[in-house]
Design a protein around this ligand. Structure first.
Ligand code: ZN
Ligand code: ZN
Length: 444
């Protein structure tokens, strides 16, 4: 097995919401176009560039669906909903089959027999009030028809709702209208729900739970006090993005890589944990624009000592985009380029480095868009192109061309010299690499 020694390791850096459009505040350039790219160009010399559509052209992904797609998971078949990724990333001990929703304490005003959402975050309710209200609801509304409803408080107004019981399906709608001024919604089964009866049951129970919560929350000392002081009370729980905890196919089984993850954001840690990656803690990593990028790069390089794939995530780009802050995004990208100096130029003579985004979040829209994101793959066996910069438009001329999210892992596997020819079958499972645990023939 002489070739095994030549397998390269991969560092994949995902800058959240990287893709952008040109902005007048940056002299009609995109954030990537506006910055000097000293270290990125250092790796570009051994690199190929292109554009990647995380799901498919024109489809704005969520960060969870785009990451799964980039990691080679078929979201039309393997996506259990967002809730469990958030819950697992938040440290909630979810058991298989339990249903998790993202939840917010919010403020509604009653008009007739409808409740209209006036503040989706209840004035960013302090974390300790969210914790108090959650424990009250867990006692008062914790069980309906033998099904358990448990709120796990998180930061500020946020929480995770875990529903456990038999004969339930997570395929239901949000009670959250997602906009202020709209009424609290009835939770309904999805039209395409495969388990219609389970979805009908869960939606009916969620509606009962929501009504009970409203009654209880109106009379809590915390909310009475907030009203008195002119603060918006947390008088309703908005729930959204339900998903069911499942055992996902491990990343290592699918791609042969022993993977580690350097990410601070809960969702990203949750995705990595659910795929069986080792997630490390990095002091100074905040999941915000102020994060210590150099510390994350150093941690990634250390992880490569005993892993052969490291996924490093940076959220600062997307945070700036959602605020419409093109200058802040450019500043963060400049800091990223400076920090890349942590890796020597010869890093890519024995490793593969890939830099991309999970979707575009143009600052002018302050929302995810369906536009592609630039991709750079640098390594000793990469067919380098002559593209002189790394940005949305330059990447159009790169040698990778335009690919889909699901193409990324095969490309990284190939760039790290691990792929085998299509149709080679040393294993019952169809794989495009030779796994370490081959079934040897016993000679007696
Ligand atoms: Zn994202
Ligand atoms: Zn975003």
């Amino acid at each position: 097995m002489g070739l095994v020694d030549e397998d390269l390791s991969v560092l994949l850096i995902i800058l959240d919401g990287l893709g952008d459009s040109r902005s007048s505040v940056l002299g009609n350039k995109s954030p990537l176009e506006s910055i000097e790219q000293v270290n990125m160009m250092k790796f570009k010399r051994r690199g190929a560039t292109g554009l990647i559509d995380p799901i498919s052209p024109g489809v704005p992904p969520g960060s969870d669906t785009s990451h799964l797609s980039l990691f080679g998971y078929d979201i039309s078949k393997e996506y259990p909903g967002r809730g469990p990724f958030e819950a697992v990333g938040d440290g909630v001990p979810l058991r298989e089959g339990e249903i998790a929703f993202r939840a917010n304490f919010a403020t509604t005003e009653l008009r007739g027999d409808r409740a209209y959402v006036s503040d989706r975050r209840a004035g960013r309710l302090p974390t300790e009030i969210t914790a108090n209200l959650s424990s009250i609801l867990n006692v008062e509304c914790g069980q309906i028809e033998g099904v358990n409803f448990k709120l796990w408080p998180s930061l500020e107004h946020r929480a995770v709702l875990v529903v456990s019981g038999d004969a339930l399906s997570h395929q239901v709608t949000d009670n959250d209208p997602h906009i202020t001024g709209a009424p609290l919604l009835e939770c309904l089964p999805l039209e395409e729900a495969s388990d219609r009866r389970g979805a009908e049951r869960l939606s009916r129970l969620v509606n009962t739970w929501t009504r009970r919560c409203i009654k209880v929350l109106a009379g809590t000392p915390e909310n009475i006090e907030r009203r008195k002081r002119g603060f918006p009370p947390g008088n309703v729980v908005l729930v959204r993005s339900p998903g069911v905890m499942v055992k996902m196919a491990p990343f290592q089984e699918r791609w042969g890589f022993r993977a580690g993850c350097v990410a601070a954001g809960k969702l990203y840690r949750g995705v990595a944990k659910m795929l069986g990656m080792d997630v490390v803690e990095v002091p100074g990593a905040t999941g915000m624009p102020d994060t210590d990028i150099g510390a994350k790069l150093r941690a990634s390089r250390r992880l490569l000592d005993d892993h052969d794939f490291v996924y490093m995530h940076l959220k600062g780009t997307d945070v700036c985009s959602h605020k419409g802050d093109a200058i802040g995004k450019a500043h963060f990208l400049k800091r990223f380029d400076d920090s890349l100096g942590e890796l020597d130029a010869d890093f890519t003579s024995s490793n593969v480095l890939a830099i991309t985004g999970d979707h575009s979040t143009p600052c002018s829209r302050a929302m995810h868009s369906g536009e592609p994101v630039p991709l750079l793959i640098s390594g000793p066996y990469v067919r380098a192109d002559g593209v002189a910069r790394f940005d949305e438009l330059s990447a159009m001329g790169g040698s990778i061309g335009r690919v889909l999210g699901r193409d990324l892992m095969p490309m990284l596997l190939d760039a790290s010299r691990r792929t085998v020819e299509l149709g080679t079958r040393p294993t019952p499972r169809r794989l495009n690499f030779i796994p370490k645990d081959l079934a040897a023939l016993k000679l007696s």
